[in-house]
Design a protein around this ligand. Structure first.
Ligand code: AMP
Ligand code: MG
Length: 332
């Protein structure tokens, strides 16, 4: 199969619609990362997504819908906190987990009685969702465990020859996946941190909890358990710049070493390639995945330093960085 990359416009949206309605999968741009889309009502399409990605069968998918989509077709009941969060943040990088009607394919939620729904703000994604008038499941368009894609080229690098079409909507500016938040109860519970922060959610709902997996069997969001976002080179994540400098000096004669860090540490490293995460948490979110993909092409070992800020969008950035890179802190 030949994989085509087409700029997202009326013609390519029409082509993507045909593919989705006949049970195929298409890569689509969103404001967070690129997704691998399929019709959420179609068992075969949903299974195809798991197969193409090599995704574990117990890691549920998010259904993406147009802003005007009638949610009552797919969710069992609405809640006060869900209404407030939709009004405040949607369309945008926030996925809400509702009690499901069970009408979408049984493979979407992997046996959970909930359904995760997102309304992306990307104009191209909205155009496609309007054209199909269906919920489209769209996990990140990367091979399972690999780094999520923020450009059409990243998608091509993982899926060339395996999917028919990639809709190119430019760089994904958000850069990390949506915040996933359970809204089935009275208090919102964040299952995965992202660009909409717990502080923002608490400001709208009065409170916000963050789910932590403490080893219990029934996991609320199976995706939190998996190793994710990993570049194909060796990685070493440090908390302090001093440790990173020491490791770099120790190994840079023998290996192609790269450094991934916030801007302020760059001048501490000489003679090695550096990937600049920038200064603000938002900048770091936007740049992280592209930097990890570049590093795997250019380095044998990527030494990363945890940014110093905490809270807000940085919770999401740190969550991804810690899953992508092997922690080398002595204290760990
Ligand atoms: P991805 O599409 O690769 O960004 O991953 C989807 C994320 O959403 C994973 O972390 C899943 O665990 C989570 N998710 C999807 N559906 C549900 C659900 N019904 N309940 C809880 N978490 C979900
Ligand atoms: Mg993913």
């Amino acid at each position: 199969m030949q994989t085509q990359i087409k700029r997202i416009d009326e013609n390519s949206v029409a082509e993507a619609k045909e593919i989705l309605l006949s049970g195929g999968v298409v890569a689509i741009p969103t404001e967070t990362v690129y997704g691998l889309g399929g019709n959420a009502f179609d068992d075969t399409a949903v299974q195809k997504i798991f197969a193409v990605k090599g995704r574990p069968a117990d890691n549920p998918l998010i259904a993406h819908v147009h802003t005007d989509y009638d949610l009552s077709k797919i969710i069992d009941y609405d809640t006060e906190i869900a209404k407030k969060l939709r009004a405040a943040f949607l369309p945008g990088p926030l996925t809400l987990v509702y009690p499901s009607t069970g009408k979408v394919s049984k493979y979407v939620s992997c046996g959970l009685n909930t359904l995760a729904v997102r309304v992306p703000s990307h104009a191209g994604a909205q155009a496609l969702l309007k054209a199909v008038n269906l919920p489209v499941v769209a996990p990140s368009a990367n091979l399972s465990r690999h780094v999520s894609p923020t450009s059409a080229k990243h998608v091509y690098d993982d899926f060339s020859g395996r999917i028919p079409l990639i809709l190119d909507g430019g760089e994904a500016i958000g850069g990390i996946e949506s915040t996933v938040c359970d809204v089935s109860g009275e208090v919102p519970v964040i299952l995965r941190p992202g660009l909409i922060t717990k502080e923002q959610i608490a400001a709208v709902c009065g409170d916000c909890l963050v789910y932590e997996h403490k080893g219990e069997k029934q996991v609320k969001s199976p995706g939190v358990l998996y190793k994710h976002y990993s570049p194909r080179c060796e990685t070493a994540l440090f908390t302090t710049v001093a440790q990173a400098v020491e490791e770099c000096e120790r190994l840079r004669q023998d290996k192609r070493v790269g450094i991934l860090c916030e801007s302020k540490w760059l001048d501490r490293f000489v003679g090695v390639v550096c990937y600049d995460l920038g200064k603000t948490p938002e900048e770091m979110a936007t740049r992280l995945y592209a930097a990890l993909r570049k590093a795997e092409e250019e380095c044998d070992l990527l030494i990363a330093i945890k940014p110093e800020q905490r809270g807000g969008v940085m919770d999401g950035v740190l969550n991804r960085l810690e899953k992508a890179c092997t922690s080398k802190d002595v204290a760990h």
